[in-house]
Design a protein around this ligand. Structure first.
Ligand code: PEP
Ligand code: MG
Length: 587
């Protein structure tokens, strides 16, 4: 029966969020701490069930020891302490003994016995008044996730031994994505997620196909099964036939030719037909993207999301951080690199701070709020960026700004950092550009009050849309309501551009909207100076800009601002785009 399934082509349909096609084997990834299904174990299998459990514990122990061995001396001391704690939790008889009892006396399967005992243990730690003990709940959860994964027979791509594969997951948190060995990933197929979820963003940055909303795939697929992932049409094809594979090969060839044509002039500036120059930068998360970015013709990095490097190594020292930042700046110099200071919180939970679960993390302790309440931690990052500024043009921008005071305080801390480094004779640039991300409606509304404190604005539409429309950017149920062309969003952007023009500072956009070539006519009409998109989109955005005329785009915007229907505004922009650069929409 298994054999029949393995030979039958089966198509799962989802939502495409990053284009391209990948063909390979499946790897189920991502830690899960979900209640397993309870299975009754017959008496004669109890011994084998207990052996299965001890084997999973042993595999977890080896995994943790392997991780410890790969830590980097003193720099990773606190990571070592965490892993030592995890080894203690793993061997704890307080957990092991009740599991053994539940298997042998209640005939409960190892997964559910272990999950139940670990959960009870976590709950009692979580109720303790002392923060130190509450944090132990996280250690238990971390260890339990690993053991449960081994019990499910899933593999983790941390050892780096596996072949490249298509990652299948319920949902991947940014920290899980950050910790994957990305050289072993061919694409992402996700049950949940959304276009602006960070896994989708990372996939686009890495130029990998990704499809979300693929319901039931984690149940239906198994590690090492053969699949084809179509990131353009949102399909995951299990056991593709020869005919299907041939069809996709032909399509891929066509796409490669189209891309090669586009790349011919990707290094030329993006100037509209009537002479308006738009800077087109790239968004980045990881150092390994730099080559792609250089090849894309991007004019610098308009948004470096530093939290992904942080999640890879939360305990990195200032020296180590600055070493990575320097590499980015040196590689891109003389182009500008804008580092966004840490935007932890929301879906990018910092494992070290995730103990107090927030009911609404997107409305909670996030971005600049975290940085301003952990000032030493914030200053460590600011100093690391300032150190990197000795090697090329650098900008710093603050995420999730909601009022001018936050920028004022952040700037004071930046000045302190500069002073501290100067006293140590550390070389750095005399000036770095400082900007605020505009991604909260309050900031967009009072942009004129923030302009005195910044050199530029960068509009983060991924969040600006979700906060303006009260639509969670990763909630599939309300995905239809997530409308970039909603008149309220356009008016807020217009307000930010007007405030920038008054103060003669530049204004860019780094949300996913900036890379959507259907919207380029509207964005030019809005008067943005810079667009920063995933490197794969950069040649297309530059090409689109070159085919547009600012007068026509301004007229489009004027009409759009009179129009209440977001879908109609989208069609109006699409009409202009189709007329101006049909070649970019060819199949
Ligand atoms: C945004 O909100 O548009 C943005 C660029 O930041 P992020 O997607 O990382 O939240
Ligand atoms: Mg954001």
């Amino acid at each position: 029966m298994v054999k029949t399934k393995a030979l039958t082509e089966h198509i799962f349909r989802g939502t495409p969020v990053s284009g391209g096609v990948a063909h390979g084997v499946v790897r189920l990834v991502g830690e899960r701490f979900e209640e397993p299904i309870v299975r009754r174990i017959p008496s004669k299998q109890l011994k084998a069930e207990w052996a299965r459990f001890t084997h999973a514990v042993e595999s977890t122990r080896l995994e943790l020891q392997d991780l410890m061995q790969r830590l980097d001396g003193d720099a990773d001391r606190s990571a070592r302490e965490i892993l030592e704690m995890h080894l203690l939790v793993l061997a704890d008889s307080m957990i092991q003994e009740p599991v053994e009892k539940a298997i042998n006396e209640q005939h409960e399967c190892a997964e559910s016995a272990y999950y139940r005992v670990a959960r009870e243990c976590m709950n009692s730690f979580q109720r303790m008044p002392d923060a130190y003990f509450r944090e132990r709940a996280l250690d238990i959860r971390d260890v339990a996730q690993r053991v449960l994964r081994h019990l499910r027979g899933e593999q983790l791509d941390k050892a780096g031994h596996e072949k490249p594969a298509i990652c299948i997951a319920h949902d991947l948190t940014p920290s899980e994505t950050a910790q994957l060995d990305r050289t072993k990933v061919l694409g992402f197929a996700i049950e949940h997620g959304s276009k602006t979820s960070h896994t989708a963003i990372v996939a686009r940055s890495l130029g990998l196909p990704a499809v979300v909303h693929l319901h039931g795939i984690c149940e239906a697929l198994h590690t090492a099964e053969h699949v084809l992932l179509d990131g353009d049409d949102g399909l995951l094809i299990l056991n593709p036939t020869e005919k299907t594979i041939a069809h996709y090969k032909a399509r891929e060839l066509k796409a490669e030719r189209r891309e090669a044509r586009l790349n011919l002039d990707c290094r030329a500036p993006a100037v509209t037909l009537d002479g308006r120059r738009i800077t087109v930068g790239a968004n980045a998360e990881f150092v390994e993207e730099l080559k792609h970015i250089q090849d894309s013709g991007a004019e610098g990095i308009g948004l470096f999301r530093t939290e992904f490097l942080y999640l890879e190594n939360p305990n990195a020292s200032e020296e180590r951080l600055s070493k990575v930042y320097c590499k980015v700046v040196q590689t891109l110099s003389p182009e500008l690199v804008i580092f966004r200071t840490l935007d932890l919180g929301g879906d990018k939970l910092d494992p070290a701070n995730a103990v107090e679960k927030e009911a609404n993390p997107f409305l909670g302790w996030r971005g600049i709020r975290v940085s301003l309440s952990k000032r030493d931690f914030f200053k460590r990052q600011l100093r690391a960026i300032l150190r990197a500024s000795a090697h090329g043009p650098v900008g710093i921008m603050y995420p999730m700004v909601c009022c001018a005071q936050e920028v004022i305080i952040a700037n004071q801390l930046l000045a302190e950092c500069r002073e501290e480094l100067a006293q140590l004779n550390v070389p750095m640039a005399d000036t770095v550009q400082v900007g605020a991300m505009i991604e909260i409606p309050s900031a967009a509304t009072i942009a004129d009050l923030i302009t005195p404190h910044v050199d530029f604005f960068s509009i983060g539409t991924n969040d600006l849309i979700q906060y303006t429309l009260a639509v969670d950017r990763v909630n599939e149920r309300v995905a239809d309501l997530y409308q970039p062309t909603h008149p309220a969003v356009l008016r807020l952007i217009k307000n930010v551009v007007a405030a920038s023009a008054n103060k003669k500072i530049w204004v860019g956009m780094c949300g996913e909207m900036a890379g959507d070539i259907v919207l380029t006519p509207l964005l030019i009409g809005l008067g943005l100076d810079e667009l920063s998109a995933s490197s794969g989109q950069v040649p297309k955005v530059k090409h689109a800009v070159r085919k547009l005329n600012t007068i026509e785009c301004s007229e489009l915007l004027q009409q759009a601002l009179q129009e209440p229907d977001a879908a109609k505004i989208l069609r109006m922009s699409a009409d202009v785009a189709w007329r101006a650069y049909p070649e970019l929409f060819e199949e």
